[in-house]
Design a protein around this ligand. Sequence first.
Ligand code: IPM
Ligand code: MN
Length: 357
Amino acid sequence: MRNIHLATVPADGIGPEVIEASQRVLKALAEVDGGIKFEFREFDWGAQRYLRDKEMMPADGIRQLTSGGFDGILLGPVGSPKVPDHVTLWGLLLPIRQQLQQYVNLRPLRLLPGVDGPLKGRTPADIDMICFRENSEGEYSGVGGRLHQGTDHEVAVQSIVFTRSVTERLMRFAFEWVGSHGRKGVTNVTKSNSMQHNMVFWDDIFKEVGADYPSVKQDHQLVDSMAVRMVAQPQTIDTFVASNLFGDILTDLGAALAGSLGLAPSANINPERKFPSLFQAIHGSAFDIAGKNVANPIASIWSAQLMLDFVGEKELSTRLMNAIETVVREREVRTPDLGGKNTTQEMTAAICAELQK
Ligand code: IPM
Ligand code: MN
């Protein structure tokens, strides 16, 4: 019997509903499999806690995650209308990504069969990409400051930081993943026409690492024209690597192409496995629909599927992906974001039932 220990941080807005959905599905999977067990430890971190204690997580929160023997972390969305976003994000999600060295953010962007995406005439075969987003530095390094505040010469500086070791390892991870998951190509996305220092550095590293993978198709696309290519020729994109901010923006675009933000998962990965990796839907806390049992749980459940893949449970992860795809393809149960009237719990139950078949 394999025991998988997971930290869960439901966090804010629709977080508790979609994290509960993931847990239900994992439990259903364990029931049908018999050889695996999931143990959850929940942390009450997030905006509620901030409003009470003036901190998103306890001072030793990172240590609790790194010393708890966790195989992974399931995190809900972070953010609340009652607290400035930079406070909530720099109090929880961003320090975790940095300090747990989760420098790869893997984001599948797929039009699932049964979903009507916004692009006319496009089929699931056309929209099937993976983004490997740098996730611990770049535009999100957090290095900078403001001075002369309140004067007319007030100034703000925010530095973009690229580290050779992180950039190299991100790219190596992407190339290796492409090889191990039957993919064919990697597109390198930068803006090295205008950013002649850091992004040319990034391009150089892409070429260096890419030279070790001659069988993988490689090309380069400037980020602005990448936005066009994703819409106009999505079928030409297999996987891509991008900096933190570019990856953030392009994956929201990709989620829109997939038909709903409710269908976009992510894995924040520490490839060395020195620290636990974190699995989280791309979507936000959606306070407008929080507590109403209408959020689409699939992005969160699919993130748990990425966790299964990462911990080496390939068979279970395939089974879960098949169940998600079947439920979406059959169009019988769907939440409002997909044009249906079903609840979060009904959608979750449908996936569990599919697993039990
Ligand atoms: C994401 C989110 C975060 C990001 C925000 C909430 C800081 O948009 O995971 O895509 O920009 O990385
Ligand atoms: Mn984002």
